[in-house]
Design a protein around this ligand. Structure first.
Ligand code: TI1
Ligand code: ZN
Ligand code: CA
Ligand code: CA
Length: 544
C-alpha cells in the first residue's frame, strides 16, 4: 500500500476531532460556521455560503477567499497564491470541485499542513477544511535559515539507523518547515525506504540549522513475507497464539489469514495531532515470542481483533467491518497514560491507561469488540455520534463488545471494561449492562441525561439500551415490567439486523425499538414470542 507523502493534519479527524462548539455568524453571503483549532489559534473547519457564485476557477475562488480572510488564517504578508500550492483539483460525485492545497512558507512546504476547499457547481465556496499554520513570519527559528546541506541530512539519518540499509530508492532530503514540536523549524524531510537488513520506511526530520533529529518514525504499514504463527503474553499475563508474517528474518503482527489482513502498530507513546502519525509502525518482533512488557498491549490488540473478525464472520457472515474484507488496523501505546480507546474512522487506537484508573485498553476483549463495532455501525446505520443516536451507537458497541466476550468464552459477563478498569481493585467495572445503576448510570428513559457534555451523554444514555438488551437475553422484572428471556444469540441477531437494515443516522431510542421489533418479526415471525420480548424489554426501560 502506498502512503501519501502529505498527511492532512486537519483532515479525517473522525471521532477525535477537537470538537469545540463552533461559532455561527452571518457573513454577507450567508450563515457561516467556523470551528476553531484552539491549540493553534486559527480555523480548522469553515462551512456555509462562504463566497457568492462566480465564474472563476475553483482554485481562484479559494485563493481569493483566503486573501480576504487573512486576519483569520494568518498566513502572512504574501498573497494566498504564493502561500499555498495547488496539489490537486478534482470533481466529487455531487458535482463539486475539490481543491487540495499545501501550505508554503517562502516557497517551502509546511509539513503536514494541507487544506481542502469545496466549490459548488456555481463557483461558490462551501467548505474550507484544514488548519493553516499561523504567523510563521514572526518565528525566530525560521529566521536562522538553513546551515547544513541536503546530503549531510541524509548522512545523519542513515547513521541514526545504526546499520547500512539497502535502499529501494535513492534517499532524498526535502526542505520543509517542521511544526510538530511546537516551534516551527526548517528541517530536511528524509525518507529511507529499504527491505534489507530488515524492512523499513523511516521518515526523519533533520534540523536544517544544527543537524539534530527533530523527529523520526517508521511509516511502514505492510510487509510481504510468509505466514507464521507465534506466541504472545497478553495484558493479563495469559498466553495466546498469534498469526504473524515473517519478512527478512523479522516477525510482524500482520495476520494474512483473515479478510484483507489484521495489522497491529506501535505508536511508541506518540500522539501529536490525532491521525497525524497514525498508524505508527507495524509491530515487529525478532523471535515470534512476544513476551516482553511492552508486547502485551500489542498481543491483545492483535489477538482480540482476530476474535472480533471471526465473530462477525461466523455469526453473521460479515466479512470485516465493511463486509468487503477491509484490512483491520490497530495502534497501541497511543500517547502517554491515555485513559481511552477509540475508532478514528479508519482504525482502532488504544491508550495504555494511567495504571490506576485503567491499564492497557486492548487487554479487554469487550473494549476491542466495542471499538470495532463502531466501525460496523459507521459502515451500516451510520448513527450520528451525538444525543440519542450517539447513545445508540455507544450501546451497540457495548452490546456487541459483550457478545464478542461471550464468543471468546473466557470469564464472560455483562460488565463493561472489567479486565482493564482499576487494575488495583478486583470485581469492579466501568459500566454494567445488567445493572447500570451500580456505576451511577440510568436504567430507565425517565432518568436519561439531557445535558450537552459527552456529546449529549452518549456514554450515559447508552446504559438504558444496554439494560434493555440485557433483559432481552436473560429476562427479569424491571420497574414492574416482566421481560421473558430469549438468550444472547437471538438478541444479537435482532440488534445486528436493526443496525444493518433499519437504523438510520439520526435514529432515536423509539426508532430503535421499532427497528428491533421489526427485525424480530422478520427473523421469528410477526406474532412471535421474540417480538413480544423485544416490546417488553423496551417497555421495561421506558422507551415507547
Ligand atoms: S469509542 C470511544 C470514545 C472515545 C472518545 C474520546 C476520544 C469509547 O467509547 N471508548 C470506550 C472504551 C471502553 C470500551 C472502555 C469498553 C471500557 C470498555 C469508553 O467507554 N470510553 C469511556 C472511558 C469514555 O470515553 O467515557
Ligand atoms: Zn465508543
Ligand atoms: Ca465484560
Ligand atoms: Ca478493577
Amino acid at each position: 500500500m502506498k502512503k501519501k507523502k502529505w498527511l492532512g493534519m486537519g483532515l479525517a479527524i473522525g471521532l477525535v476531532s477537537s470538537s469545540f462548539a463552533p461559532t455561527t455568524f452571518a457573513a454577507s453571503t450567508g450563515p457561516v460556521k467556523m470551528q476553531m483549532n484552539h491549540k493553534v489559534g486559527s480555523p480548522e473547519f469553515v462551512s456555509g455560503k462562504l463566497t457568492a457564485p462566480s465564474s472563476l476557477s475553483s482554485e481562484k475562488v479559494l485563493m481569493q477567499y483566503f486573501d480576504s480572510h487573512k486576519d483569520k488564517f494568518k498566513f502572512g504578508s504574501k498573497k494566498a497564491e504564493e502561500s499555498f500550492q495547488v496539489l490537486d483539483v478534482s470533481k466529487d460525485s455531487l458535482g463539486n470541485s475539490v481543491v487540495r492545497l499545501q501550505q508554503l512558507y517562502n516557497g517551502v512546504p509546511v509539513w503536514g499542513s494541507t487544506q481542502v476547499g469545496l466549490v459548488d457547481d456555481n463557483g461558490a465556496l462551501k467548505v474550507v477544511s484544514g488548519t493553516v499554520q499561523p504567523d510563521l513570519e514572526g518565528k525566530q527559528n525560521l529566521k536562522k535559515g538553513k546551515k547544513i546541506k541536503a546530503d549531510k541530512a541524509i548522512e545523519i539519518a542513515k547513521s541514526d539507523l545504526g546499520f547500512d540499509p539497502k535502499l529501494q530508492k535513492e534517499a532524498e532530503a526535502q526542505l520543509v518547515v517542521f511544526t510538530g514540536n511546537g516551534s516551527p523549524e526548517y528541517a530536511y524531510f528524509v525518507n529511507l525506504n529499504f527491505l534489507d537488513p530488515e524492512p523499513g520506511n523511516w521518515n526523519y526530520f533533520v534540523d536544517a540549522h544544527d543537524g539534530s533529529i527533530l523527529n523520526k518514525f517508521n511509516n511502514m504499514d505492510e510487509v510481504s513475507g510468509s505466514n507464521s504463527v507465534g506466541t504472545g503474553t497478553g495484558v493479563l499475563g495469559d498466553t495466546k497464539s498469534l498469526n504473524t508474517t515473517l519478512a527478512s528474518g523479522t516477525y510482524y503482527l500482520q495476520d494474512n489469514t483473515r479478510g484483507s489482513g489484521i495489522f497491529t502498530y506501535d505508536m511508541s507513546g506518540y500522539s501529536f495531532f490525532p491521525d497525524f502519525f497514525l498508524p505508527g509502525s507495524l509491530w515487529k518482533d525478532s523471535d515470534n515470542v512476544l513476551n516482553a512488557a511492552k508486547d502485551k498491549a500489542a498481543v491483545d490488540a492483535h489477538y482480540y481483533a482476530g476474535v472480533t473478525y471471526d465473530f462477525y464472520k461466523n455469526v453473521f457472515g460479515r466479512n470485516s467491518y465493511d463486509n468487503k474484507g477491509a484490512a483491520i488496523k490497530s495502534s497501541v501505546h497511543y500517547s502517554r497514560n491515555y485513559n481511552n480507546a477509540f475508532w478514528n474512522g479508519s482504525q482502532m487506537v488504544y491508550g495504555d491507561g494511567d495504571g490506576t484508573n485503567f491499564t492497557s485498553f486492548s487487554g479487554g476483549i469487550d473494549v476491542v469488540g466495542h471499538e470495532l463495532t463502531h466501525a460496523v455501525t459507521e459502515k451500516s446505520s451510520g448513527l450520528v455520534y451525538q444525543n440519542e443516536s450517539g447513545a445508540l451507537n455507544e450501546s451497540l458497541s457495548d452490546i456487541f463488545g459483550t457478545l464478542i466476550e461471550f464468543y471468546n468464552g473466557k470469564n464472560p459477563d455483562y460488565e463493561i471494561g472489567e479486565d482493564i478498569y482499576t487494575p488495583g481493585t478486583a470485581g469492579d467495572a466501568l459500566r454494567s449492562m445488567s445493572d447500570p445503576t451500580k456505576y451511577g448510570y440510568p436504567d430507565h428513559y425517565s432518568k436519561r441525561y439531557t445535558g450537552t457534555s459527552d456529546n449529549g451523554g452518549v456514554h450515559t444514555n447508552s446504559s438504558i439500551i444496554n439494560k434493555a438488551a440485557y433483559l432481552l437475553c436473560e429476562g427479569g422484572t424491571h420497574y414492574g415490567v416482566t421481560v421473558p428471556a430469549i438468550g444472547r444469540d437471538k438478541m444479537g441477531a435482532i440488534f445486528y439486523r436493526a443496525n444493518t437494515v433499519y437504523l438510520t443516522s439520526n435514529a432515536t431510542f423509539s426508532q430503535a425499538r421499532a427497528s428491533a421489533a421489526q427485525a424480530a418479526a422478520d427473523l421469528y415471525g410477526a406474532g412471535s414470542a421474540e417480538v413480544n420480548a423485544v416490546n417488553k424489554a423496551f417497555d421495561a426501560v421506558g422507551v415507547q
